[in-house]
Design a binder for this molecule. Sequence first.
Ligand SMILES: NC(=O)c1ccc[n+]([C@@H]2O[C@H](COP(=O)([O-])OP(=O)(O)OC[C@H]3O[C@@H](n4cnc5c(N)ncnc54)[C@H](OP(=O)(O)O)[C@@H]3O)[C@@H](O)[C@H]2O)c1
Length: 213
Amino acid sequence: MYLTPRQLLLGGATGLTGEYLLDRLLSEPTVQRVLAPTPRPLPEHPRLDNPVGALEYLLPALQGPVETVFCCLGARQQSGSPPPQLEEVDLELVLAFARRARILGARHLLVVSARGASLDSTCPWLQAKGRMEQALQQQGWPQLTIARPPRLLGPRYSQRLLDRLMAPLAGLLPGSPLGLEVCALVWALWRLALEEDQGLRIVEADELRRLGE
Ligand SMILES: NC(=O)c1ccc[n+]([C@@H]2O[C@H](COP(=O)([O-])OP(=O)(O)OC[C@H]3O[C@@H](n4cnc5c(N)ncnc54)[C@H](OP(=O)(O)O)[C@@H]3O)[C@@H](O)[C@H]2O)c1
């Protein structure tokens, strides 16, 4: 079954994925409102509701209705993100954001995790993602979509320019370790948001790549 989400909540709209996703959502004529709390103001748009401030303080004041939620929150990686930041952002903040969204009446959460997310991972970041995934499953979402992208390719970070040069190879190699263009991830997330389903769906990198075409 397909539906047309109209009332949306977006977390992480100032980030690489969130920024592209916000553009995508606001370009959809069926979308009536995007509620996007951010630490810094976003460019104004008639269908964008942008409370500004620290997310932990904004959460209790957010108002619905909200049908579908996208969570692109994540600890910034440039400083190596020591474990406390991972706990605070990739786990606690994501869970608090999702809890508030449930209270506002949302039925579908789409969250960006990472390829290799696992409770058993020796990488602290992937372990935090694994714990986040597990805790979200315990929140009782009617529909929960977990996207597990590989490294994201986009224009914002110079290191990614190198990845982009290698990107043409990515499509040739099933299960390639190469990255995924952020615009493909965003397109995949939108397509997944249109699918009305029940329960949990984990979308691995290859499926995201296919959906993002
Ligand atoms: N980038 C990759 O290669 C990659 C690969 C696999 C998975 N992922 C995952 O995909 C998701 C999106 O990645 P991305 O690269 O788009 O992330 P990003 O560019 O680092 O953006 C992260 C977003 O989270 C926000 N955020 C971080 N800490 C916050 C806090 N304490 N309070 C409020 N907002 C906070 C950031 O706000 P500010 O703008 O204020 O910092 C930003 O909007 C993340 O969960 C990431 O772990 C990323």
